[in-house]
Design a protein around this ligand. Sequence first.
Ligand code: CAA
Length: 380
Amino acid sequence: MNFNLSEEHIMIRDAARDFAQTELLPDVIERDDNQHFPKELVKKMGDLGFLGIMVDPKYGGSGMDAISYVLIMEELSKIDASASVIVSVNNSLVCYGLEAFGSEVQKQKFLTKLATGEFIGAFCLSEPEAGSDATSQKTSAIDKGDHYILNGTKNWITNGGRADVYLVIAQTDRDKGSHGINAFIVEKGTEGFHVGPKENKLGIRGSDTHTLQFNDVKIPKENRIGEDGSGFRFAMKTLSGGRIGIASQALGIAAGAYELALKYSKERKAFGTEICNHQAIAFKLADMYTDIEAARHLVMKAAWDKDQGNNYDVSSAVAKLYASKVAMEHTVEAVQIHGGNGFVKDYHVERLMRDAKITQIYEGTSEIQKIVISRSLIKQ
Ligand code: CAA
């Protein structure tokens, strides 16, 4: 067992760290305040290969492994989780979904542009009444021979107003339950497809989240992804990889807050010494470091499982469950260590605390991760 990163992995991590410090950090507070989508920065991340990290170079991707993906995600998320969720959704839900399950025509037409950042993608599963209970889709797609007619509403869609390509999950045969679901590619601007108002969120405010409405949208049959009835398995498998991305986002948020708290505690003085010398603070730092290291090992294990071709449904759920808990708990501690300064925007930790919460909600709540994990334990 080798815990060392390779020289290549270190280079990739350092490139992401450098990009986060020089490009993401300067205006991160302004983007959060004004819910400003980082359009120019997304373009730059595309140029660096961050939008198609694991995609085969023959489709325009960077051809890197999942370990590289989590290293990049951690570094971006330390500074700006709004930017990193764009990266995560594009990589693990949209690019992976198309590369693993799409036809060659779909890959040539859409994946090649998504992997380079020319296009941005969105993944549309959640509905007003079907978030965790993913089989209860109300959105329907009726088979009309050479095309489908899509009707319904999707909620909380990341990149919702900015995407060029939307992967939409819909019921095609209600009687067949999870086997009567399909995934479709819907292009921006298709007649009957409307983007609703932008959500005003607690955290990841620089990301673009919308409700989407589909009214009699005509989808050519060649835009169905995979075999008829494979949409639920498509969504579940894709979300397993997505959970590695969000686990690494949570890890980055926690590590970013810890690094800020450590630095602050070595500078701020109280009762005649730097506050890190007080046990009340020192013990917090030790707990933060320990839990973040544990989360990093779980995230790396899930990424390693993916790279090895092992099943990663459970390891990704474990990593997401734990890393998101650590992110929530320790961003609160980072604010506490900063005292009054932690409660104002300039010190960054209050934003990290707000951003941490979503990692316990999207791509499956913590309760959903426990369902995935416990079902597998009981089956053994
Ligand atoms: N891979 C392949 N197949 C899978 C699978 C996986 N990981 N998980 C389940 N399946 C298959 C099962 O084998 C089963 O197939 P058979 O009927 O042939 O046996 C079928 O799918 C149904 O499985 P379940 O009976 O386990 O399904 P369920 O209805 O009990 O649901 C669940 C299980 C874990 C609760 C699931 O619904 C789930 O993960 N829900 C959460 C959904 C979610 O993460 N939503 C987030 C939205 S996306 C988002 O947040 C994106 C964004 O913008 C950031």
